[in-house]
Design a protein around this ligand. Structure first.
Ligand code: S3P
Length: 165
């Protein structure tokens, strides 16, 4: 069976929903950020800090390539995976790509005090979220399906993902 690939903005619940969907469908679960952390033996923040975003994106591309070869998996991806069209091409070969979006205030609330989002470690994270949402919006249309998760519970989102699959 095809993989279920969860893309979309940071802190929209890709990992939480992904684990739930994987359990319901008896699929495996994998998270590309975790694969990258294992590859580098560092956290995402440490990679950004020590080597910069470009290096992180190269590791991300390698992780996507590996994940795309899996079968019967839910693959949760980092929010920036959509920026590289070749990542989406890889993931769509054997996967249905679903993209989560949410209103900026919901994203801000979900992020809370989580320090492992280097792109949002700025003076005005809300403004940064709005900017990134604007910049990334054109890339979201490469998904098979887009879900606005703003007013949904984890269970409702998981149900929508399974319906879309
Ligand atoms: C990023 C999202 C993060 C992580 C990195 C970059 C992005 O993943 O890959 O901090 O560019 O949107 P989550 O979407 O899981 O937070």
């Amino acid at each position: 069976m095809k993989n279920i690939v969860l893309t979309g903005f940071m802190a929209t619940g890709k990992t939480t929903v992904g684990k739930k969907v994987a359990t319901t469908m008896s699929f495996g679960f994998i998270d590309t950020d975790k694969m990258i952390e294992k590859m580098a033996n560092m956290t995402v923040s440490e990679i950004f800090e020590k080597y910069g975003e470009d290096y992180f994106r190269r590791l991300e591309k390698a992780a996507v390539k590996k994940a795309a070869r899996l079968k019967n998996f839910v693959i949760a991806t980092g929010g920036g995976v959509v920026l590289n069209p070749s990542n989406i091409v890889q993931l769509r070969k054997n996967g249905v790509v679903i993209c989560f979006v949410a209103r900026p205030e919901i994203i801000l609330r979900n992020i809370g005090k989580n320090k492992d989002r280097p792109l949002l470690m700025v003076n005005n994270p809300e403004e940064k979220i709005r900017q990134l949402l604007r910049e990334r919006e054109p890339f979201y249309r490469f998904a098979d399906c887009i879900i606005d998760v703003s007013d949904m519970t984890i269970d409702e989102v998981a149900e929508e993902v399974i319906k879309a699959y």
